[in-house]
Design a binder for this molecule. Structure first.
Ligand code: NAP
Length: 471
């Protein structure tokens, strides 16, 4: 049991003003594994004031020194990677087969990029009689989701520290424990007081108070599109910068000349990892009608071969949903898909053979029409829609017929063909023939998937103000 009775504010563990503690549930055992404070508006006030006080010195600290703290944090995280992965498996339910690699080692690699990128803050551009400087935005609030909790945290924290911003972080109530462990690491490396502050609690209270606060210069939000809209509305009266990283319903377009076996197997695995709770999951597979029957067989065989079970079992590919609420949502969508007339190929039930835990079996829907709600709305579970297309023009228009534009993928007979199709996708990412995630490249969405970018140089840009000095 991990129990944290205090919040990390102004470089110290402080008694919260908010009353009560929130339990953290292990979604595999349904047993409480931790407790954290329910912070309130007064805790937000204290944290924002601490971040404001720390900003003047931190933003003027030489970038090489800030880079030193980032390096120290990366080293600390590497030293405690096993413990961090264990915490995330417990609170999220991602199997150990994946958890450390995806949830910890990847983000640390991303963090390390900013040791070097911090130096970009010193670049001064000369334009005619002007010098253009880069300066830190100011006090930043981070509101985070639960599905890749450390990844989301580091995607904001690393560039913010590099730029010279100070931060107040609100983790998701489902998965707050990793954030408390991270705060312990930040304390251990001696980051100056007030640069990093942690306030746990409900989004409707702590999140809204951060978004509204006049002393917060920027809010970086990752989560659902609906909550992102509410955060933008709360932030609007103070004209603060709002960076949104929202949901998705991403397509995988497979061409008729593609290696069908490789493409379909990759597509199935992409959706099922983290039990479909991935913002970029390729949940709409667009298949040439002449190879549709063959593709369904491959998808079915691949799905049946995936092991669902206890996240602590090294054999498990999929674990449970993060919460009982998420399982309910996913099962409701599966019922809706059947009502809409899609053909259930497999799955659709909650836990065959597993008495405890918030499991949903990996589910395939065939004969899906791209206009059905199960093809238009983000389900956020292990549910893949298999959609036939007549020609590539139709496939491209279906791929782009979505309110979202976070990610996309193409699997084609060759790279050039894949690249040509990638350029036609209205999405912030496109993965060609199985290309992998790159922590040096910008990440973010088009359309209702958001308006910001994380990681790489563009990720730093989110935390920068530019000042023109005329001589
Ligand atoms: P969510 O319900 O929108 O919650 C995200 C965060 O916002 C939580 O910390 C939540 O607090 C808080 N929140 C909720 N309502 C709020 C409000 N009115 N004001 C301020 N804060 C508020 O999303 P989720 O279920 O945690 O995460 C899943 C979603 O995130 C999916 O849509 C997924 O696609 C998206 N996502 C996007 C990306 C990306 O990079 N584009 C990455 C990962 C996930 P509580 O603790 O009270 O819930």
């Amino acid at each position: 049991m991990r129990e944290y009775a205090r919040l990390y504010i102004d470089g110290a563990w402080q008694v919260p003003s908010g009353q009560g503690m929130a339990e953290v549930i292990d979604p595999a055992s349904e047993v409480a594994i931790g407790r954290v404070p329910m912070g309130d508006e007064q805790d937000v006030e204290r944290a924002v004031n601490a971040a404001r006080r720390a900003f003047a010195d931190w933003s003027r600290t030489p970038s090489s020194r800030r880079a030193g703290y980032i390096r120290a944090l990366a080293e600390q995280l590497r030293a405690q990677a096993g413990e961090m992965a264990d915490v995330i498996t417990s609170e999220l339910g991602m199997p150990v087969q994946w958890c450390q690699m995806v949830q910890v080692d990847g983000p640390v690699e991303g963090l390390e990029q900013y040791v070097e990128l911090a130096g970009l803050m010193d670049e001064v551009r000369e334009v005619g009689n002007s010098l253009v400087y880069r300066e830190a935005v100011g006090v930043c609030a981070f509101i985070n989701p639960w599905n890749y909790p450390l990844h989301q945290m580091i995607g904001k924290l690393a560039p913010a520290l590099a730029a010279g911003c100070t931060v107040v972080v609100k983790p998701s109530q489902e998965t707050p424990l990793h954030a408390f462990l991270l705060a312990e690491m930040i304390d251990a490396i001696g980051l100056p007081a007030g640069v990093f502050n942690l306030v746990s609690g409900p989004g409707s209270k702590v999140g809204e108070a951060l978004a509204r606060h006049p002393q917060v210069d920027m809010v970086s939000f990752t989560g659902s599109t609906g909550a992102g809209v509410r955060v933008s509305q709360a932030a609007a009266p103070t004209v603060k910068r709002v960076c949104l990283e929202l949901g998705g319903k991403s397509p995988l377009l497979i061409t008729a000349d593609a290696d069908l076996e490789a493409a379909v197997r990759h597509g199935v695995q992409d959706v099922m990892i983290n039990s479909g709770q991935t913002c970029t999951a390729l949940t709409r597979m667009l298949l040439p009608v002449e190879r549709y029957a063959e593709a369904l067989e491959i998808a079915l065989a691949e799905t049946r071969a995936l092991v669902m079970g206890d996240p602590r079992d090294p054999q498990s590919f999929l674990g449970p949903m993060c919460s009982a609420g998420q399982r309910r949502t996913v099962l409701d969508y599966i019922r809706l898909g059947q009502e809409e007339g899609a053909r259930l190929l497999c799955g659709g039930d909650s836990a065959p053979g597993l008495e405890r835990g918030f499991y949903v079996a990996p589910t395939l829907f065939a004969d899906v029409d791209n206009r059905m709600r199960i093809a238009q709305e983000e389900i956020f579970g292990p549910v893949l829609c298999l959609i036939p297309y007549a020609d590539e023009q139709q496939a491209i228009s279906m791929a782009n017929d979505s309110p979202f534009g976070l990610s996309s993928a193409v699997w084609a007979g060759n790279r050039e063909r894949g690249l040509a199709l990638a350029r036609q996708m209205r999405a912030g990412q496109c993965f060609v023939n199985g290309g992998g995630f790159n922590y040096r490249a910008p990440f973010g969405g088009y359309k209702q998937s958001g308006n910001g970018r994380e990681w790489g140089e563009e990720g730093l840009g989110e935390f920068i103000e530019v000042k023109a000095v005329q001589l």
